[in-house]
Write a protein that binds this ligand. Structure first.
Ligand code: PLP
Length: 403
């Protein structure tokens, strides 16, 4: 019997705009590794890939939950002890007018849900440039055009509030802040946050505050302020989770806290809750670690931030002594975003660095950057000897290539 040739299954055209540079480059790294080279990985924001381990009491809590039979679907918004613990922490931190709390499959799913419930095709959210690419991918999926505002490298990578104001248009629904920031490591000042709130107030916008790195502040001069604690009259949805500060990104547990006037948020939260019910629940046993995480010992954070401080210092020292490299010292998270004074694009730079010196960093253009500028994003989670070797190799690569 003659078989009919299958025509290709074609992806939706909006998928052309979906990119995730961090993982795209890992494909090239796999090829280099398959040739027998040992790669120094300074590219993935997963502490478990380096010398960081989750607090043991969280693991015990999950095992116990599994043994106790919490293996079915959970409540769609999250289990009660988890919601109460998140609420308790939010109140201790100064959040008021909490209207809703919900747990998702990583903060990534919560972010996706919040954007999906808000945006019609053609709407936009003001997102930072450089960006964390998850947001661009979700916006592309929703048929929403990019509307990026500048983070100002000359001002410690603080958001350029004048640029935000210039870019608000009739289809703008929200302003996104990532604080502490991926990929720059910046922590935002109270003054910047107040100015953003004022814009949101004037233009009737909701603020999305991605604060997944809020407990990872290692610069003693920096203090993280949650924007939601500065205003009760502006709707703010704050994203957080267990992935970074509690060192379990593979557990896929994140959450959101929605604050602001009840009447203003009510219809929107109704839509968010409907989406959450449609996807049933976040992973059940892992939710049982939320309360022990937030209410139990926090000793690991001292150790984590100590390691990050030392690794950030090594990074800053390397940038200072290396020609063509300029770095705004990071204060939080575990990323550095130096600019490079090089006569080629940063993708060519990182690809050849990987092939020739076996060091993997991500090109700045993968995060969006101002035309004419060149950057790399460094994850400084690796141990000090690995970092030092990687920085030495990068300096050598630049000497050989540009002198
Ligand atoms: C700024 C930011 N937001 C959200 C996420 C997603 O985190 P998760 O989905 O693991 O909670 C990440 C992960 O790297 C991130 O850097």
């Amino acid at each position: 019997m003659a078989t009919q040739e299958m025509s290709k299954v074609v992806a939706a055209s909006r998928m052309a705009n979906v990119r995730y540079a961090i993982r795209d480059l890992a494909v090239v790294a796999d090829e280099v590794a398959s040739e027998g080279h040992k790669i120094l990985y300074l590219n993935i924001g997963d502490p478990c890939k380096y010398d960081f381990a989750p607090p043991p009491h969280m693991i015990e809590a999950v095992l116990k939950a599994m043994r106790d039979g919490h293996n079915g679907y959970a409540d769609s918004l999250g289990i009660k002890p988890a919601i109460e613990a998140i609420h308790g922490e939010a109140e201790r931190n100064g959040f008021r007018e909490v209207q809703s709390i919900f747990v998702g499959i990583g903060s990534g799913e919560v972010i996706d849900t919040c954007l999906t419930a808000l945006l019609d095709p053609g709407d936009n959210v003001l997102t930072p440039s450089p960006e964390y690419p998850l947001y661009g991918a979700i916006m592309a999926k929703l048929d929403c055009p990019a509307n990026a505002y500048d983070l100002d490298e000359d001002n410690g990578w603080q958001p350029d509030v004048a640029d935000i104001e210039r870019k608000i248009n009739s289809r703008t629904k929200a302003i996104l802040l990532i604080n502490p920031n991926n990929p720059t490591g910046a922590v935002y000042s109270k003054r910047t946050l107040e100015k953003v709130l004022e814009l949101a107030r004037q233009h009737g916008l909701i603020v999305f505050a991605d604060e997944i790195y809020d407990k990872l502040i290692f610069d003693p001069s920096a203090r993280h302020i949650s924007i939601a604690t500065l205003a009760q009259d502006v709707p703010v949805v704050t994203f957080n989770g267990l992935s970074k500060a509690y060192l379990v990104p593979g557990w896929r547990i994140g959450w959101a806290v929605a604050t602001g006037p009840r009447d203003v948020l009510h219809p929107y939260m109704g839509a968010v809750h409907r989406l959450l019910r449609a996807r049933l629940s976040a992973p059940h046993p892992f939710q049982h670690a939320i309360q022990p995480a937030l209410e139990g010992p926090q000793d690991h954070l001292v150790e984590v931030c100590g390691k990050l401080r030392r690794r950030a210092e090594i990074t800053v020292e390397w940038a200072k002594r290396t020609p063509r490299v300029k770095l705004v010292a990071p204060k939080g998270a575990f990323y550095a975003h130096p600019s490079l004074d090089i006569p080629e694009d940063d993708l060519a730079f990182v690809t050849d660095l990987l092939k020739q010196k076996h060091v993997l960093v991500v090109h700045g253009s993968g995060f969006g950057e101002k035309p004419g500028t060149r950057h790399i994003r460094i994850v400084f989670l690796p141990q000090e000897p690995v970092l030092s070797a990687a920085y030495e190799a990068m300096a050598e690569f630049m000497r050989e290539r540009y002198s």
